[in-house]
Design a protein around this ligand. Sequence first.
Ligand SMILES: C[S@@+](CC[C@H](N)C(=O)[O-])C[C@H]1O[C@@H](n2cnc3c(N)ncnc32)[C@H](O)[C@@H]1O
Length: 247
Amino acid sequence: MAPVYDSIAEQFKKVNSLPFIQYVTTYTYLNLIGDVAGKSILDLACGEGFYTRLLKQNGAARLVGVDISSEMIKLARQEEEKEPLEIEYIIADVMEIGFIENFDLVVASFLLNYASTKDQLLRMCQTIFANLKPGSRFVTLNNNLELPPEFYHKNEKYGLAKSCAGSLQEGTPLTITLTISDDGEKVSFDNYYLSKATYEWALRSVGFKEICWHPLIVSPQGVQKFSQEFWQDSIDYPYTIGITCLK
Ligand SMILES: C[S@@+](CC[C@H](N)C(=O)[O-])C[C@H]1O[C@@H](n2cnc3c(N)ncnc32)[C@H](O)[C@@H]1O
């Protein structure tokens, strides 16, 4: 079966211009990642390379992007052709790829929530750990596992809908629907619920320490443009969270 993102690759490019992504998730993610100057970075589930390019433009020495979707990587390579940044892109399943090289930092925005079982999550974490130098960090953004479904609607005003059939159990599919343009165009895909305890177990099992869960923060520009009040639900009912840990 073709990876899900093959069919929505073009549409997904529009997601990163949503105000929520611009002023909240990207701002939070870059804050967690910190200074990248001179670092070698592996970007897992890099998609069409939005963050991969941003990190290279922010001064990283080397960037390798990996994604299971050949269509997403095709778009990333097209950008690389238009404006070469010397980023290397690989089409592969994170659960299968294993060791590439020792990186100073591994990032992966919205990878782990594609694991539908404990075993899949463990295999993703094994790849992440295997590619990090000792003393280096893994930084990720993830679907917020702890937001109860009765509050999912709180993020709809940001163009972010989420639904699940029935109660949240290990492996329950979550349908994410994002409104990606002013005329109401939507893109929809599934990821999976696994508990925070399962994430902690998988990260710890492969050897990670100092596992921290981070709330979203709104950029000053976002507050200026839309007001603090507008963003308050994104803070009180976070759609997304950050995770960092240390090898
Ligand atoms: C929501 S997109 C995020 C893309 C990018 N990280 C971003 O934040 O813009 C999720 C990406 O994960 C990729 N993906 C899902 N499961 C994967 C796996 N097992 N191995 C590699 N990539 C995977 C999908 O193909 C898709 O491009």
